[in-house]
Design a protein around this ligand. Structure first.
Ligand SMILES: Nc1ncnc2c1ncn2[C@@H]1O[C@H](COP(=O)(O)OP(=O)(O)OP(=O)(O)O)[C@@H](O)[C@H]1O
Ligand SMILES: [Mg+2]
Length: 322
């Protein structure tokens, strides 16, 4: 029970990777051929970028994969020094054993400054005979063009809810947990395709109970139920500001949610939930959400910004139906 499940259940080889069929197929071909260009893995958190890099290294290098695989996190040190120092030191030492090259996995490469990226580009060229880079990033557009063009680019997608759930079911079986279908649904809903988040939610729930239903998930995840968010919006849409405000209080105070968490869920409920509004109103609310998000990021108060949003929805509705 002390293990961290995201490590314990991290796939060891490419066949165990969930989804990402296209990426896995191409990576397997490299593993079989024993050769590799520089790679770039782009995609959201918890979708298998690090997992695939390690699995690829295991398949390329076998048991002693650790000798030829170096993992660095660019966001710890974002400047040019990391490229001139650590990265270069790794790159210029000879590979171990029979393989002609080693692999440097650079996590969060998009956190590197553009000067550091320029230096990285030169390092990639200079040590290309003995070293392959696998760059991991959330957005490929944040990587300078000359690096992008030197890499084979792989896009990692958020996993489907069904894929998330079947992955969780395997963990639950191994851990001998009883989990209700609605608990799986709610974990997948909140994970939004991020398997790390999904696995962590399941582990947090399992720490509280062996038999997990949606109530346990809610108590351990500090997130609102979709219905709670929808109910708040519905009150506002009906013109009932104080009702909506009461529901907001519950989310902010009782559940301790942040303004940004609430806003993200609001966005999703307005787009996908069963709130009965016209397409025109939906568009207006979504537009407004963008403004409120910006103000929150700029340091606006959670309560004041969200109340102003609810007030806006409530009063706009009153005006138009009056
Ligand atoms: N496609 C996948 N198949 C199987 N397990 C996965 C997959 N994606 C993520 N996981 C699980 O989630 C955990 C986190 O995945 P991983 O470290 O590969 O994410 P990442 O894409 O590198 O994310 P980040 O951008 O945050 O570094 C893994 O330990 C693994 O258990
Ligand atoms: Mg990673």
């Amino acid at each position: 029970m002390n293990d961290i499940w995201v490590e314990k259940y991290r796939p060891k080889n490419l066949d165990e990777v969930v989804g990402q069929a296209e990426a896995v197929k191409r990576l397997k071909a490299y593993a079989q051929g024993g050769s590799l260009p520089h790679l770039m893995f782009a995609g959201p958190a918890g979708t298998g970028k690090t997992t695939c890099a390690i699995a690829l290294a295991r398949q390329l290098f076998g048991e002693n994969w650790r000798n030829n695989f170096h993992e660095l996190n660019a966001s710890d040190e974002r400047g040019i020094d990391i490229v001139r120092g650590k990265i270069k030191d790794f790159a210029r030492t000879a590979p171990f054993g029979k393989v002609p090259f080693k692999v440097i996995f650079l996590d969060e490469a998009d956190a590197l400054t553009s000067d550091a990226q320029a230096a990285l580009r030169r390092t990639m060229e200079r040590y290309t005979a003995t070293c392959r880079f696998v760059l991991s990033c959330n957005y490929s557009s944040k990587i300078i063009e000359p690096i992008q063009s030197r890499c084979a680019v792989f896009r990692f997608r958020p996993l489907e809810d069904a894929e998330v759930i079947s992955y969780l079911k395997k963990i639950a079986e191994a851990e001998k947990l009883k989990v209700s279908e609605s608990a799986y649904d709610i974990i997948a809903y909140h994970a939004m395709g991020d398997l790390r988040r999904a696995t962590n939610s399941l582990q947090a729930a399992a720490a509280m109970a062996k038999s997990i239903d949606d109530d346990v998930v809610h108590k351990t995840s500090a997130l609102a139920r979709p219905e709670e968010i929808a109910a708040m919006v519905k009150e506002a849409v009906a013109g009932n500001f104080s009702g909506a405000r009461g529901k907001l209080d519950k989310l902010l105070i009782d559940l301790g949610l942040s303004g940004e968490d609430i806003l993200k869920q609001l966005h999703r409920e307005v787009l996908e939930g069963d709130i009965n509004i016209s397409e025109e109103d939906r568009i207006r609310i979504i537009e407004r959400l963008g403004e409120v998000e910006y103000r929150l990021i700029q340091g606006g108060s959670d309560r004041i910004q969200l109340e102003s949003l609810l007030a806006w929805i409530a009063s706009a509705r009153v005006k138009r139906t009056a």
